[in-house]
Design a protein around this ligand. Structure first.
Ligand code: SAM
Ligand code: SF4
Ligand code: FES
Length: 353
């Protein structure tokens, strides 16, 4: 017990832990609150009290991949498919900008309808609104990533899902771990703010591999890390699996904050699906970003990665005021700028200390 507290203190003071030390903390369950409080202090010290809201646009649920855990997988015949036209996506962003969003996250399945030309059109038009644009549309070539960047994209999200290669390749048939890593490297080379992350609670995932995930995030110099529990979906081959636990996911997230002190960490929607105060608990355990859904109408329901997804019957304006209320209740403020990774703040603190 004493040892775990010392390890948490070490992480808070040095932002460094060995794999074995991370495993010890993950295996312990008696000092969770101390871990969350330490991550919260590091978040406050390096990122401040602002919570950045990113407006999430889920623009197509059509996907050519077959990830075992995901309800959008190509082989799932039980989901009604949709795709929004480029001008509809731009229109959603326009409305989002009116609600006050300064960043949009454009996310979809791997849908080949959206050619490079179409993506460039969407990105460049949204960029005219003086906002940051994040893309999350899966594995593409270097040239494609380059074209999106030149059209104005600022950030890209692509989770490694797990650093356990064998598990990855079992979970993501016909996808290679090498290519996933190549994507992350290319994005970094191209000057994107790079977001990655993992699923917690995949079948046969070990605590050791979760520790490796955290060290991997540090090694690749990630700018954002999203961590969420795996939630089994009835319409997938993993429907009878146990799924991830809320507190284990939160611990992986808190440790990520302790080791990567100045990155952006979202309180993920999947966290709230498992605990109805999940995003607020995450914001008090190291997270500093929330990604409210600004997709409209039935599309919110049809982007069905997993069951129990929150906000499917709500409107973008309701979510905006709902989450703003929750954030202010815990004494935090809504970020007023685009919420890039805060290197300047880090430098100022370094000079002061
Ligand atoms: N298609 C792109 C990709 O895979 O990178 C972006 C969209 S994909 C739906 C976004 C994330 O959803 C994935 O990286 C995965 O971690 C998460 N996800 C998919 N199925 C899930 C499930 N059953 N439970 C929790 N998260 C899930
Ligand atoms: Fe497609 Fe992404 Fe779902 Fe995999 S996780 S099936 S790539 S939407
Ligand atoms: Fe959507 Fe609260 S954030 S209802």
């Amino acid at each position: 017990m004493e040892k775990i507290l010392q390890l948490i203190k070490k992480a808070e003071n040095t932002n460094d832990l060995t794999k074995e030390e991370i495993i010890e903390i993950l295996q312990d369950s008696e000092n969770n609150q101390e871990l969350f409080d330490a991550a919260d202090r590091i978040r406050k010290k390096y990122m401040g009290d602002e919570v950045h809201l990113r407006g999430l646009i889920e623009f197509s649920n059509i996907c050519k991949r077959n990830c075992m855990y995901c309800g959008l997988r190509a082989e799932n015949k039980n989901v009604k498919r949709y795709r929004l036209m480029p001008d509809e996506i731009i229109e959603l962003a326009k409305k989002g900008a009116e609600y006050g969003y300064k960043t949009f996250v454009l996310q979809s399945g791997e849908d080949e309808f959206y050619t490079v030309e179409k993506m460039k059109y969407i990105i460049s038009n949204i960029k005219k609104m003086d906002v940051a644009v994040t893309i999350s549309i899966g594995e593409k070539t270097y040239e494609e990533y380059k074209a999106y960047k030149e059209a104005g994209a600022d950030r890209y999200l692509i989770r490694i899902e797990t650093t356990d290669r064998a598990l990855y390749e079992a979970m993501d048939p016909n996808m290679s771990h090498e290519n996933r890593k190549r994507c992350l490297e290319d994005l970094k080379k191209l000057g994107y703010e790079v977001g990655s992350g993992c699923l917690v609670g995949l079948p046969n995932q070990t605590i050791e591999s979760l520790a490796e995930d955290i060290l991997f995030f540090k090694e690749i110099g990630a700018d954002m890390i999203g961590i969420g529990p795996f939630i089994p979906n009835e319409d997938t081959p993993l429907k009878n699996e146990a799924g991830g636990e809320f507190y284990l996911s939160l611990k992986v997230m808190a440790l990520t904050r302790l080791l990567l002190k100045d990155i952006n960490i979202p309180a993920t929607t999947a966290m709230e699906t498992l605990n109805n105060n999940g995003r607020i608990i995450a914001l008090q355990s190291g997270a500093n970003v929330v990604m409210p859904n600004i997709t409209e109408g039935e599309y919110r329901k049809l982007y069905a990665l997993y069951p129990g997804k929150i906000c499917v019957n709500d409107t973008p304006s309701h979510c905006r005021s709902c989450i703003t209320g929750k954030i202010t209740t815990i004494g935090r403020t809504i970020g007023k700028n685009k919420g890039f990774r805060n290197r300047e703040l880090e430098n100022q603190l370094r000079v002061k200390n």
